[in-house]
Write a protein that binds this ligand. Structure first.
Ligand SMILES: *[C@@H]1O[C@H](CO)[C@@H](O)[C@H](O)[C@H]1NC(C)=O
Ligand SMILES: *[C@@H]1O[C@H](CO)[C@@H](O)[C@H](O)[C@H]1NC(C)=O
Ligand SMILES: *[C@@H]1O[C@H](CO)[C@@H](O)[C@H](O)[C@H]1NC(C)=O
Ligand SMILES: *[C@@H]1O[C@H](CO)[C@@H](O)[C@H](O)[C@H]1NC(C)=O
Length: 401
């Protein structure tokens, strides 16, 4: 699967823009005309925004130009939408990339980094209900391999559908990647933005790494603690978060007494300056002695209602604890790119392999020398293994801790 792609050559960098324009406008696409451009078909596996995000990350970090076609082919509104354009712009600003076809609804994108990743303060705005966490998926790995401490000011939804919540990042992703990969960042939640209005605001400060350590997380061991949060905006009745919390606790008491004994679900109504839009959500987390952090959570959608949402989240959470996986479905695909870049062999124990994960692995293997392998366990769980490329950040002259 993995191929060898030489770095973008200086000759290519030096080509006058006008020549590149001419190449870009040919109907056969750039990848057929310019050497060293990696071509990706955006419709494989999940066929959504994931492929674009992973490609932007690896292109920017590894200095490999990429040409993506069939972007988000399997979505109701295919092609680049405002939130994807915001992600492309963020990556472009960090490595001064040459970008083509970046217009709304475009089914293709050409992206070629022109400089090393530079630390700075970067703003990005999805300009709608697009999630800030999708911008984080692009910005965070780039910041890790940049020349210093990077600040981000990101605007969009913090709690929405089809994207992990900000709560997932602060409670699970951040501590887990800190512990295992050696990442270091501060995530400040300035204002929550609930679907469909968005307009949340998150501020991040990200330290660069010298390299990422590999992760070995295949033993569940025992639950140390569980916690949760049922939260709503000021316009929603506080009773709803109480009911959601009670329902989730009741479900755990009946189905997973061990988790129930340890759980503490915070019930919380945001104040007007802390939130925008009307919405509510419930999130549950568990940490094990092996330092796995598992989570389940949902933003309440009208058709589902509060009670049903709480039951669904508790059920999903309880299933994670029963199957004794170390990485949940939200975390699974979010670790792939880090495993690909890390030094050494990574191994994580997961449930079923999601389409998002398959997509991320496909891009990582196409764009880097990382090699993935999936082991099927008899109990239905899986081990995702990866030989990472051990990328060193040559842009920093001292460790940041
Ligand atoms: C990127 O940084 C490396 C290491 O400091 C340096 O050798 C290289 O010239 C830089 N490349 C660009 C395009 O600035
Ligand atoms: C929240 O819902 C209420 C009642 O439907 C409405 O009056 C209010 O404008 C909404 N607030 C926002 C920020 O959307
Ligand atoms: C939700 O659960 C609460 C408490 O169990 C109950 O009082 C309420 O009627 C339920 N609401 C719906 C819509 O089922
Ligand atoms: C994997 O998916 C199957 C079919 O949907 C399901 O029955 C099973 O419980 C899942 N396995 C795990 C470990 O979640």
């Amino acid at each position: 699967m993995s191929k060898s792609y030489p770095r973008i050559s200086n000759i290519f960098l030096a080509l006058p823009c006008i020549v590149l324009e001419a190449m870009g406008s040919s109907s056969t696409g750039l990848s057929h005309n310019v050497p060293n451009v990696i071509s990706l078909d955006g419709s494989v596996h999940e066929g959504g925004g994931q492929l674009l995000r992973v490609a932007l990350v690896l292109s920017s970090i590894l200095h490999k130009p990429v040409h993506i076609t069939n972007i988000r082919l399997h979505r109701k509104s295919p092609g680049l939408q405002a939130e994807h354009i915001a992600a492309v712009e963020l990556a472009r600003n960090m490595c001064k990339a040459d970008v083509r076809h970046m217009v709304k609804d475009s089914h293709e994108l050409y992206f070629a980094p022109r400089t090393n990743l530079t630390h700075n303060e970067y703003d990005a705005d999805t300009k709608g209900h697009g999630s800030v966490t999708l911008l984080m998926q692009v910005g965070l790995p780039l910041a890790m391999f940049s020349s210093g401490i990077t600040q981000f000011s990101l605007k969009g939804s913090t709690n929405t559908f089809n994207a992990p919540s900000l709560d997932f990042y602060t409670n699970a992703w951040d501590p887990l990647t800190f512990k295992f990969f050696g990442t270091n960042m501060e995530i400040r939640d300035i204002r929550r933005g609930f679907f469909p209005k968005g307009r949340g605001h998150v501020y991040l400060e990200v330290y660069p790494v010298q390299y990422l350590r590999s992760i070995d997380l295949t033993e569940f061991e025992e639950i140390v603690t569980t916690w949760g949060r049922a939260v709503c905006t000021p316009d929603i009745k506080i009773d709803t978060v109480d009911i959601m919390g009670d329902i989730a606790e009741e479900y755990l008491l009946t189905h997973h007494p061990e988790a129930y004994e340890k759980i503490d679900i915070l019930r919380d109504q945001l104040r007007p300056f802390e939130a925008h839009g009307n919405g509510s959500a419930i999130y549950l987390f568990a940490e094990t002695t092996s330092r796995a952090i598992l989570s389940a959570g949902l933003t309440v959608q009208k058709y589902r209602g509060f009670n049903e949402t709480a039951v669904q989240v508790a059920k999903e959470f309880s299933n994670l604890l029963k199957t004794k996986v170390c990485v949940d479905d939200y975390m699974q695909d979010q670790l792939i790119v880090l495993m690909a870049l890390a030094k050494g062999k990574s191994r994580i124990k997961t449930g079923n392999i999601t389409l998002h994960t398959k997509t991320a692995i496909h891009v990582a293997e196409t764009m880097s020398h990382a090699k993935f392998n999936i082991v099927d366990n008899k109990d239905g769980t899986h081990i995702i293994e990866c030989d990472g490329i051990g990328l060193e950040n040559k842009l920093i002259d001292r460790p940041y801790v």
